[in-house]
Structure formats: C-alpha cells, structure tokens
Design a protein around this ligand. Structure first.
Ligand SMILES: Cc1cc2nc3c(=O)[nH]c(=O)nc-3n(C[C@H](O)[C@H](O)[C@H](O)COP(=O)(O)OP(=O)(O)OC[C@H]3O[C@@H](n4cnc5c(N)ncnc54)[C@H](O)[C@@H]3O)c2cc1C
Length: 282
C-alpha cells in the first residue's frame, strides 16, 4: 500500500478501537484477496488494520453444544477439523474446495465471509447449516443469521465499524452433510455449488452458491425435501424452484442460463450421494 499506514493490533479490543477511530481503514486478515485487489487497483484504503496477531483462530465447543469458529481460522484448519463432522461436513467440504493449498493456508473464514464473493464456497455451506455470523464493534457484540448476512453483490450486513469475529454453528445433529461445486478447473471459484445437510431424523437443509449475490435457499424447499429421502423427481423439482429463486449473471465462467440449468442436476447428484452414503452404512 503506497504511503499508507498499517496498524498491528495485538488484541481484538485494540483492533476495534482502531476501526472505531477510522472506519474507512480496511481490516486485513489472510490478505489472500485484499492484496490482489489492491495490487490490481480495485480497492484502496488510507490505512490497513492487520488482524494477523489477533488470537481469534480455532474451534471452541460452546456450553449448548454449538461451535464457535474464530474469524482468523484458516481454510486448511476448517478443511481438517474433527469438529466438522455429521451435518457440519458440508462446511469442511467447502473449506477443502477453496482455491489451492497456498490460498487455504493464507485465507480465513472471517475474511471470506466479509468479502462475500458470489462465487465463494463458505456462504452456501453456512446458509445450509443455519450458522450465525458474530460481529463486534466497540461496546457491542451481535450475531446475524448467515441466511440474512449476505445482502447483495460483495455486500454484507457488517457495519463499517464492525469486525467479523466468529462463526457460530448450532449444536450438531447426527446425520450427514456435503458440499459440491461445479468449477471450470480444480481450484477455481464455483460456477454453481450446492450445500446439503440431512439429519438422521430426516430434516433437510439446502443452499445454492454461485447463482446470485448470496446463497439461494428456501424454507419451503427444505420442508419439501425433509422427512425421508425424496426420489429424484421431487429433488429435481426442488432444484427447479431454487433455480427460479436464483439471480445468476453471465460472466467469464458461465452464462446465467447455464447456471440455472445446472442447479437441479447438482442437487439431484448431491442427494444421491448422501443417499448412497447412508445405504452403505446400513
Ligand atoms: C488464487 C485464489 C483462488 C481463490 N479461490 C477461491 C475459491 O475457490 N473459493 C473461495 O471461496 N475463495 C477463493 N479465494 C478467496 C480466498 O478464500 C480468500 O481467502 C478469502 O476470500 C479472503 O480471506 P482472507 O482472510 O485472505 O481476507 P483478506 O484478503 O485479508 O480480506 C478480504 C476482505 O475482507 C475484509 N476482512 C478480512 N477479515 C475481516 C474481518 N475479520 N472482519 C471484517 N472484515 C474483514 C478485508 O478488509 C477485505 O475487504 C481465492 C483467492 C485467490 C487469491
């Protein structure tokens, strides 16, 4: 950053105070996206607040069985985490499918959700898991459901003086989850992706990524798919409904039309995979 200041707070309170004093300053976490954007002249900031030394990485099991993932947790840590089994496996899959090893070593979950890239892998998984995003500013901590956090193209519910400090997952359900993405080549952003969680009791939760400004989901679709493994026709109909709700664009990766066409197929494949995984265990 030419001529700018880089702050190096050691504690979260210090970082929040710096941001309160200078809300136009930009936090920098892993730098995987921000440095590339600055080098390309896409963003500039009068100051950077490095979160590198802030001890906000790792997994904490909460008293109610929920899980808190610190914002500075790197993608590779989530991809390898023993805490992300059962229905939460969709988040582990999503982390493991991000970019390549150097990106997974650098990038953080807090940075990824803050950037809210429409092709990013976490948003659909977090929406399917009904996660909450923890936001802090000086004197206030609040949480926003992942289903309400991604508000527009590269926009979120985060206020300029807030930091994303963690991701909260509800208490685990026995069951299974997966995340699958269609990409041009391994390591690329998603053309379209799907995250599915299915509890042992048969509750299904689905979200689509890459097909709009944020993840695409529907309580009605979740209800229609719940209560037992739906047959392919019912799953495809649910996928068609999600395709109607999507707001995809034409870009260098695919056309909007192609994205809509792929959504039901990806969902059918994902549900088949979950069904065969369950049958293999019986
Ligand atoms: C080559 C390449 C391939 C990639 N492929 C994929 C992919 O396939 N899938 C995918 O999902 N992502 C991909 N990414 C993006 C990657 O996951 C980034 O790590 C992620 O988007 C940003 O994480 P970061 O920690 O590096 O954030 P940074 O780059 O440091 O910051 C990103 C933005 O978030 C803000 N920010 C960072 N942390 C916080 C915080 N705690 N609170 C508030 N604001 C914050 C910054 O100010 C900045 O605006 C790729 C990136 C590269 C360079």
């Amino acid at each position: 950053m030419r001529g700018g200041v880089i702050h190096h707070p050691q504690r979260i309170e210090e970082a929040l105070a710096l941001l309160a004093a200078e809300p136009e300053a930009m936090p920098i976490a892993g730098g995987a996206s921000l440095v590339a954007m600055m080098n390309a002249g896409l963003v500039s900031a009068p100051a950077l607040i490095s979160l590198k030394a802030i001890p906000e990485a790792g997994f904490q099991v909460l008293a109610d069985g929920g899980l808190r993932i610190g914002a500075m947790t790197r993608h590779y840590q989530s991809a390898e985490s023993e805490h992300l089994g059962g229905t939460r496996a969709c988040l582990r899959d999503a982390a493991g499918s991000i970019g390549n090893m150097p990106v997974r070593n650098m990038g953080t979950i807090g940075g990824s959700v803050s950037l809210s890239d429409p092709g990013a892998d976490y948003p659909a998984a977090l929406a399917a898991l009904r996660a909450e995003i923890e936001l802090r500013r000086v004197g206030r901590t609040r949480t926003v459901p992942a289903r309400a956090f991604f508000t527009d193209w590269y926009a979120t519910a985060r206020e300029p003086d807030e930091l994303v400090t963690g991701i909260l997952l509800p208490a685990p359900h026995a069951g299974a989850g997966l995340y699958r993405k269609l990409a041009r080549v391994s390591g690329d952003f998603a053309i379209v992706s799907v995250a599915v969680c299915i509890s042992e009791a048969g509750a299904v939760s689905v979200a689509i990524g890459g097909a709009g400004p944020g993840p695409v989901f529907s309580e009605d679709v979740d209800a229609a798919l719940s209560g037992g493994f739906a047959h392919d026709g019912a799953v495809a109909a649910a996928g068609e409904r999600l395709a109607e709700l999507a707001d995809p664009v034409d870009d260098m990766r695919a056309t909007a039309e192609y994205r809509r066409m792929v959504i039901p197929r990806l969902l059918v494949q994902a549900m088949r995979e979950l069904r065969s995984g369950r049958e293999a265990l019986q």
